[in-house]
Design a protein around this ligand. Structure first.
Ligand code: SF4
Ligand code: SF4
Length: 69
C-alpha cells in the first residue's frame, strides 16, 4: 500500500518543510505544517529534513489534510 508523509506530532513551525518541498505541497496554519496529499509526490525531503521528527509516513487512505501536528 502506498504511503505518503504527514505531519503528525510536535511541529515547531520552523518552516523547513514549506521551503524545501519541490511540489509546493506543504502549507502552514495556526496548527502547524500540513501536507496536501494531492500535490505530494512522496519524495521524502520533508521527512528527512524535519529536525523535530514531526513527519511520519502513513497510508494514503488513512489520512487527509486535517491532521494536526
Ligand atoms: S513539520 Fe517539521 S520541518 Fe515542517 S515546520 Fe514542522 S517542525 Fe518544521
Ligand atoms: S514528501 Fe516531498 S513532495 Fe511530499 S510534502 Fe514532503 S517534500 Fe513535499
Amino acid at each position: 500500500m502506498k504511503k505518503k508523509p504527514a505531519v503528525v506530532r510536535g511541529c515547531t513551525f520552523c518552516g523547513t518543510c514549506v521551503f524545501e518541498c519541490p511540489e509546493d505541497a506543504v502549507f502552514m496554519d495556526s496548527g502547524g505544517a500540513h501536507i496536501d496529499q494531492e500535490k505530494c509526490s512522496a519524495c521524502g525531503i520533508c521527512f528527512r529534513n524535519c529536525a523535530s521528527e514531526a513527519i511520519s509516513y502513513i497510508s494514503e487512505n488513512t489520512t487527509d489534510n486535517s491532521q494536526n501536528c
